[in-house]
Design a protein around this ligand. Sequence first.
Ligand code: DGJ
Length: 730
Amino acid sequence: MPVAYQNQVFTLSGGNVSYVLHVTEDRKLMNLYWGRRVPDHAVQPELSDYQSFASFDPPASRLPSELPVLGQGWYGTPAVDVLNAQGDHVVDLRVTGYRILPGKKGLPGLPAVYSEKNDEARSLEIDLADPLTGLSVTLQYAVYAESGAVTRSMRITNAGQDPVTLRGALAVSVPLWGADYDVLHLKGAWARERALVRTPLGQGAYEIGSQRGASGHEENPFLALCGKQAGENSGDVWGVSFVYSGSFLAEASADNAGNARLYMGMNPQVFSWLLQPGESFQTPEAVLVYSCSGLNGMSRIYHRLYRTRLARGAWRDRPRPVLINNWEGTYFDFDEEKLFRIARAGKELGIELFVMDDGWFGRRNSDNCSLGDWTANPEKLPRGLAGLSERIHGLDMLFGIWMEPEMVSPDSDLYRAHPDWCLHVPGRARTEERNQLILDLSRKEVRETVTEAVSAVLRESRADYLKWDMNRNMTEYFSPVLPPERRMETQHRYMLGLYEILEEITRRFPDVLFESCSGGGGRFDPGLLYYMPQAWTSDNTDAIARLGIQYGTSLVYPASAMGAHVSAVPNHQCRRTTSMQMRGDVALCGGGFGFELDVTALPDEDKKEARAIIARAKELRGLVQEGTFWRLLPPSGAGYAAWQFVREDGKQALLCVYRILSEANTPPVRVKMAGLDPEGAYRDESGKLYSGAALMYRGFSVSIPGDFGSCMILLEKVPQPFPLPDNGRR
Ligand code: DGJ
């Protein structure tokens, strides 16, 4: 049973995972266990779970509470922090009821994973209430039968008589027994997103987060603990990923008794929420994934869940078109003829979608004006959006367009008409970043204007694809139309406003392929994946830098979500020169594969190679988008990096090996493959036959001469087991 209940103990089970909760005699909710699967009812409370040992601290500071709150001796970050009407923060939540429900529902107004069939997942709601203030909390869980992924969120309701202010709300705060763990997270910066950090957890708190009003380049809304011995394919890992695109707080802590805890939720630095009597606050959802087969095991669960039960829409399962984007090819310097020539040259190479990036609207010839004025610049596009789109469609290509709908340039007609429509504090300077301000999406009239502007562009251009960009973070995050006691709600109200717009736009244009972007990968998070199945991974298109960025991104996100392009050399971000083959072999491992250069200027030799890469990408895209991904060798320093895809039916595997810097007098690298059938036989494209067991346990020997090289080995599974009776001859 995915959710079993007996003797005050709830056991949520799926895949190889169990999550066990206990309602104590005094109706408090405790977490007994989250880890490798145990039989239903196997974990029961023991006296020692709740026994206080002689110490200076009150028992609550040590209890494995599922919902730790302030006031009775909990000194860590509270899961619910409320400023009560009488000025204190004390909360005492006791269980009042529960419901077990089929399937997994969405969350109103928020992105969330979902189920398509009722037997895929089971939900549990547990109600708690504070008898003195009337505050009530419903904890919302679901467990996925196949993977054991557990979702958790909560709805906090003021069922009392007086207003209260929510100062903190975590989607999850889960205790783990013992503290001998490493912390894992994905740090970064613009053009250096999502590098894996692994560091020991010590007594105290290890905190990451964002206050920027976006998940950000700096930290991804993901945090994990793993056993000291855990590696890519073995050991215990507990991951928490937040389905949210705004500011967040994530923390791993170890207490003085040697127990750990993982937290994820709203960032109290930039959040508070007034709850009038009868009002509720819904937290976004966290997705908890436990794996007993290492980091790859955790990633596989996230990949499948996020690819198939977070992403939505017509393009979720469709092969993504190979695209050409003009940004690095032209920047702002283009007109219809130039774009058409690029598209036509791309078409000749086999490209299927042409994307017109920034610079087509208003008077925008640099980044200093026109955001908000979403009408085509007649000097660049004399026949408007429709004219260019018609010509591109005439090439039998799809047409895509770039917009940055959440922003306004101070030098724009929109700003001149509505200078109060941006986030700002009256009387203070409005901090500009990239010469732009952020529209106040907490305001209905602003949301309606943005929705209509995007709709008009999509209609006029008959676009098949939209790149939704966002190029700055929040500074004065206040909405002047909110009363002062609600101003700290602005950041979250903005996110709710953005999600409302995205829900409406994706509803109106169900056939458009949406790609999110934020100065590259500054908002590459599960929240946006709910609306847009792919995201621009990074503005850094250098193949070597991309190895690290795509490797780190793969910790949580599926390849199907990663936009990855072949760009010109020397690379514009790193000034590095790599071969066309290397650039192609890295980029085609992203589901949003494409080119981003002026193809008309490519020498014939490069065109020939590009044509071959595009043909290869089309042949492999099913495997890349839907296959199981394995990290094999990390791209750290010199030497080799490797990863691999295996088709879900096991019939095909793609081994991708990359050489970073060459070293003299070194042997070939032996890459141990993963996820193959050890009894099976596999044939490479030259006809050579291999045993699955040998490929996995002994490894595949690869030697790539010189710096910055790559090698892709495609293996087909042969129907008979290894060895074949005729020794594999064909
Ligand atoms: C940032 C994006 O990441 C780039 O790809 C490009 O679209 C620019 N914005 C355009 O301003």
